[in-house]
Design a binder for this molecule. Structure first.
Ligand code: PBG
Length: 328
């Protein structure tokens, strides 16, 4: 008898689809997907976002419809961004009880608040006329501590309107503590905080700035968001600080270019970790697919599996509804 070589045959478990399915190490479930949504004040028709085919700035009505579809597909949650009609230096619409986010979140909670988690992004960039994430000093720097008061007011306004999770994304030092204290002081000690803890100053946010109409009028966000080439320890420190300040969920953003960071965060913390597959990640795939250069559906699934495998418990993705429906 001839020797049986090779001894090990990893291909045995790859031969059939049922076998591959049975032995899979990474699975996606609709409940771990979160859909970011945009609602714009004062429009009567949904407005397609040019750089994000398939994504819209919604009216309050079309938002409700899209949220219903998302709930039907079984996604875990949605996160709302709002574009007000009037912007000013302090982002007044962010904590106006009649502001677009507050009104729209109340609609969503009434409609789908039992089926999924309705979250709100808490930041000022959609609301300020200069497009920065906070209040400016006379020299045009973002004033950390003055901004914290605005975030706290905005978080409370969102919670009063019904928001079920507050998600601060502005990268101000102490923002989680400021928001936690304000929520607790207003009777919202049960409302969780999902902190954008690790947020890089990323070119992958490009299309979002069209979607949320929040491109900075001058400069960029590199004085408050993290440097891609920065120390890995800086990311872990941001996470630690947010946990000390009371964060319930921590996030890494963007996702695909920061999978190493995501893995390290997952290995370090004992809370759920979210990853945000951001607008540029979406746009690149859609653009390549539109040209026939990649297989859209497979690239979407492969990227989500990669993010999951790197350690994300939850994934924010503009494909949430579509993917959830497919997974069902
Ligand atoms: C800030 C915020 C941004 C994103 C989510 N929250 C933009 C920024 O920091 O410039 C980007 C999301 C995306 O690109 O999909 N409120």
């Amino acid at each position: 008898m001839t020797a049986q070589f090779p001894v090990a045959r990893p291909r045995r478990l790859r031969r059939t689809a049922p076998t591959r399915r049975m032995v899979a190490g990474t699975r996606l479930h609709p409940a771990e997907l979160v859909l970011p949504m945009f609602v714009k004040e004062g429009i009567t028709e949904p407005n397609p976002i040019g750089s994000m085919p398939g994504v819209f700035q919604h009216t309050r009505d079309s938002l409700r419809k899209a949220a219903h579809e998302a709930a039907e597909a079984g996604i875990g949650g949605l996160i709302l961004f709002g574009i007000p009609e009037v912007k000013d230096g302090r982002g007044s619409a962010a904590d106006d009880p009649e502001g677009i986010v507050q009104r729209a979140v109340a609609d969503l909670v009434a409609d789908v608040g039992d089926a999924l988690v309705v979250m709100t992004d808490t930041c000022l960039d959609e609301f300020t006329d200069h497009g920065h994430c906070g209040i400016l000093t006379p020299d045009g720097e973002v004033d950390n501590d003055a901004t914290l008061e605005r975030y706290a007011a905005s978080a409370v306004a969102q919670a009063r309107a019904g928001s079920q999770v507050i998600a601060p994304s502005g990268m101000m030092d102490g923002q989680v503590a400021a928001i936690r204290a304000a929520l607790d002081g207003d009777g919202f000690e049960q409302i969780p905080i999902m902190a954008y803890s690790v947020k890089y100053a990323s070119a992958f946010y490009g299309p979002f700035r069209e979607a949320a109409e929040c491109a900075p009028r001058f400069g960029d966000r590199s004085a408050y968001q993290q440097d891609a080439a920065g120390q890995v320890g800086e990311a872990l420190r941001e996470v630690r600080l947010d946990l000390d300040e009371g964060a319930d969920i921590v996030m890494v953003k963007p996702a695909l270019a920061y999978l190493d960071i995501l893995r390290q965060v997952r290995d370090t913390v004992d809370v759920p970790v979210a990853a945000y597959q951001v607008s540029g990640e979406y746009a690149m795939v859609e653009a390549a697919a539109a040209n026939g250069w990649v297989d859209r559906d497979r690239v979407i699934m492969e990227s989500l599996v990669a993010i999951r495998r790197a350690g994300a418990d939850m994934i924010l993705t503009y494909w949430a509804t579509e993917v959830a429906a497919k997974l069902r």
